[in-house]
Design a protein around this ligand. Sequence first.
Ligand SMILES: C[S@@+](CC[C@H](N)C(=O)[O-])C[C@H]1O[C@@H](n2cnc3c(N)ncnc32)[C@H](O)[C@@H]1O
Length: 328
Amino acid sequence: MDIQTETELISVGQQELDFATPYAPPAVQVLARPFLKWVGGKTQLLPHIDANAPAQLKAGEMKTYLEPFLGGGSVFFHIAQRYLVDRLIISDNNQDLIWAYKTVRNNVNYVVDALADFQEIFWALSTEDRSKMYYATRDAFNAKRAEASEDVAFRVERTAQLIFLNKTCFNGLYRVNASGGFNVAFGRYDKPPICDADNLEACSKVLSKAEIRLCDFGDVLQSVGGDSFIYLDPPYRPLSVTANFTSYSPTNFDAIEQQRLAAHCLELDKRQSRLMISNSDPKNNNPDDRYFEDTYPHFRITTLSANRMVNCKTDRRGKISELLITNY
Ligand SMILES: C[S@@+](CC[C@H](N)C(=O)[O-])C[C@H]1O[C@@H](n2cnc3c(N)ncnc32)[C@H](O)[C@@H]1O
């Protein structure tokens, strides 16, 4: 089903619920959307990603879908709810992110309860007190970042803290300092939706179909075979030395990492996996830069236009070219 049709169906369904006759309106299934906003999120590019997805996926013939740089998971939620795939594998090397997915999958009711408390308290506060609550939560979150407990209450607390910080921080981004502490400043929003129970429950259902792994991309890529569609959205190759201001984890994804990823992709290409890779378009800055043509010879490169933050200091947004690189 294409995205437009799906959207039309949902809005029709909602109208039926809003204005329905008293007897049993059809239940509307909430489509799961990312419950975290993430740097480099792909929601706005979904129509292009969908249009460029392999025909086997759309025909329901793909055995495995793998997404090793999961982030906010916009592409995973899109694909998992539209196409039939036997096996869904999602992974990322960010521990708090992966714990959050596992906790929402396994213990969504506790997460919703914790977030409902956060929301009730936060909404009732003055801006000054909200700011104090935000920084106290950030300190508490950072104080326990080295703990690796599997205790459910601990995981629920961290997941709720992560979602609360994501919804109330400046610009809803995830960024850490050199020692791994979350360091985004407080954002002033009137009534940020902190607890979206319906969406969290929908996400939990979708996640229950997935294998969720905390690992480096190299580990998971080694484990898949031919009948797979792999969507790879690594931290972008910086457009300039100063452009790489967003850090996802204490280890930066530098030129060596881009090459390590390319080596895996070229190997997977030989195994006939279907690959789709997102990255920044170096031609934004230098029309002669042929890094991706040279690195991925024989792959198809499609240029897309995306709305992105283009300057960290002024919070300026603008259109920028991005690439979709496919081997089919
Ligand atoms: C551009 S984001 C993905 C955004 C995602 N597609 C979305 O729509 O939100 C890149 C992700 O790669 C993860 N990452 C960075 N280095 C990694 C590595 N070596 N192995 C696995 N994941 C990594 C980061 O934690 C981050 O979540």
